[in-house]
Design a binder for this molecule. Structure first.
Ligand SMILES: CC(C)(COP(=O)(O)OP(=O)(O)OC[C@H]1O[C@@H](n2cnc3c(N)ncnc32)[C@H](O)[C@@H]1OP(=O)(O)O)[C@@H](O)C(=O)NCCC(=O)NCCS
Length: 183
């Protein structure tokens, strides 16, 4: 396997939520399938809809497989792990993916319903932006339901521009320039 440039490597880290609880943030791995599925099962119907923009009762095997095997060249995914009653549990995640040859990547972020408002998504997004920037992407963008005020406020706080989606009035495009001053 090819060695990655040390400047673009991601190192796992611990963070403290606003309520004092500790979270480990690390790259997703193929061993995370069962805990990712469990995390999806715990999500409310609302959270699933705002994340996937579709009503989803189950996470299809193909999506689970893809989620736990990001392409090293074009994708990157983080999981946030809490230790509840002694066992590690996935309580959030953030990822980006880029089309082959593109200098723009698209993000997605999800935090378990019981963990909202503690600053977790903000910290996951900061880590994701940092990796994308170091790996040379020029722009990070996301498609967010217009009604998803939590995500839109969070994106704005992080410096993303929030504009209408030309093809779909129910969506907004939030975008951040990662290098220089372009938007
Ligand atoms: C949108 C989403 C990711 C936000 O996650 P979160 O972890 O609750 O986000 P944060 O805690 O970082 O920020 C949310 C709130 O916490 C507050 N907060 C953040 N940092 C804070 C701090 N240091 N002190 C006090 N409050 C803080 C923010 O003010 C924010 O509240 P506001 O947006 O109402 O003003 C989450 O609601 C979610 O997973 N939704 C479902 C999936 C989804 O919609 N994903 C986006 C599309 S890809």
């Amino acid at each position: 396997m090819q060695e990655r440039d040390p400047a673009t490597v991601f190192a796992p880290f611990n963070l403290t939520l606003h309520d004092g609880r500790e979270i480990l943030v690390r790259e997703i791995g193929e061993g995370d399938k069962a805990s990712l599925l469990a995390a999806f099962d715990r999500l409310s119907a609302d959270a699933r809809y705002t994340r996937f923009m579709a009503a989803m009762r189950q996470l299809p095997e193909s999506m689970l497989e893809q989620a736990t095997h990001p392409s090293p060249e074009r994708e990157f995914a983080l999981v946030a792990i809490a230790t509840e009653t002694g066992a590690p549990v996935i309580v959030g995640g953030a990822r980006y993916a880029a089309a082959p040859g593109s200098d723009a990547c698209e993000f997605a972020v999800t935090v378990g319903d019981n963990w909202h408002g503690l600053g977790l998504a903000s910290q996951l997004m900061r880590a994701l932006v940092d990796v994308a920037r170091r790996r040379g992407y020029r722009r990070m963008e996301g498609y967010v339901l217009s009604s998803n005020t939590a995500m839109r406020r969070l994106a704005k706080r992080l410096g993303f521009a929030d504009t209408p989606c030309p093809d779909d009035a129910t969506l907004r495009v939030v975008a951040l320039a990662l290098q220089g001053n372009e938007q």
